[in-house]
Design a binder for this molecule. Structure first.
Ligand code: NAP
Length: 298
């Protein structure tokens, strides 16, 4: 059994990006520039955005943090996005979610210029992903694709079962695994809360991707020997074992499932660290104007 080390792969990717940025700087090229918009002062969002800004600094990107108060009107945020869309120095940007309740999140996502949509949430990015056209893949699915690729896990012809159909993880993951691409070419089953007899499906999985948000939901009796398990779930639960009084649990009962798996991602240290690496890769792509260099622009 191989434990998939997301922390190491994420560090490797960031090191590779840093080398590339150094070369760009030496050639006096344009340094990739990521902006993050943070509305309000939600504690978790502050932490995520700070980690993204820090990662940018580590690889040598320029970063800009745009802070707006919770009382920001939707129209004011839309105006800010217009500025970011028109700012030629900014290659890509993200709007950290959740947004305050009075702001329509989809309206905001649709206002991001698709060529700067490094979170990959814009409908145009999602559509291009479904059509297998060059695009920005959403961070978590992109991170999983990177893990499968770097661990040389064969996906072609395999049965991939995805648990969970959220717009940010399960649903795009099912599209990516079914694409005529590598990784991809799987036969995919997408399960959700209305799926009947879930265990019948999980037992048939060669690759099981779990994104439910239900701690230790997948147990050893639900998987077959040799399964590849990607556990996306991260839930903070109280714990007497740690100094902080909390620990992180995945959606898979790790020890017993690991005993049957060929590959498995731990929590923490599996899928989680890949999110930032994916965002940096998307920003690098944006700065190279790679995604929208298509035939119809010639
Ligand atoms: P979500 O939006 O809450 O979606 C959960 C999905 O699970 C839904 O599709 C739901 O079905 C399905 N579900 C819930 N209970 C089920 C059950 N008993 N049987 C079958 N399906 C069930 O969650 P998410 O945003 O995708 O996140 C999932 C987990 O991944 C969370 O723990 C989250 O913290 C974690 N996560 C980690 C990363 C990362 O590592 N970087 C990134 C994103 C999310 P319905 O659609 O029918 O309701």
């Amino acid at each position: 059994m191989t434990i998939i080390d997301g922390k190491k792969i994420s560090t490797d990717i960031q090191d590779e990006i840093a080398i590339e940025v150094k070369a760009i700087a030496e050639a006096k090229g344009k340094i990739p520039h990521l902006a993050a918009v943070l509305v309000g002062n939600d504690g978790a969002s502050e932490t995520y955005v700070a980690a993204k800004v820090k990662a940018c600094e580590r690889v040598g990107f320029k970063s800009t943090l745009v802070r707006m108060p919770t009382i920001t009107k939707e129209s004011e945020l839309l105006f800010k996005l217009k500025e970011l869309n028109n700012d030629e120095d900014i290659d890509g940007y993200i709007v950290q979610s959740p947004l305050p309740k009075h702001i329509d999140e989809y309206k905001i996502i649709e206002a991001i210029a698709p060529e700067k949509d490094v979170d990959g949430f814009h409908p145009q990015s999602v559509g291009r992903m479904a059509l297998n056209l060059p695009t920005y893949l959403p961070a978590t699915p992109f991170g999983i694709v990177q893990l499968l690729e770097r661990y040389k896990i064969e996906t072609s012809g395999k049965h991939c079962v995805v648990l969970g159909r959220s717009h940010i993880v399960g649903s795009p993951m099912s599209i990516l695994m079914a694409r005529n691409a590598a990784p991809g070419n799987c036969t995919v089953t997408l399960c959700h809360s209305r799926t009947l007899n879930l265990k019948e499906f999980t037992l048939k999985a060669d690759i099981l991707i779990v994104a439910l948000g239900k701690t230790e939901f997948v147990t050893a009796d639900m998987v077959k020997d040799g399964v590849v398990v990607i556990d996306v779930g991260i839930t903070r639960v109280p714990s007497t074992e740690t100094k902080s009084g909390f620990k992180l649990l995945g959606d898979v009962k790790y020890d017993e499932v690991a005993a049957k798996a060929s590959f498995i991602t731990p929590v923490p240290g599996g899928v989680g660290p890949m999110t930032i690496a994916s965002l940096l890769l998307n920003t690098l792509k944006a700065s190279r104007r790679e995604v929208y260099k298509t035939n119809y622009e010639l």
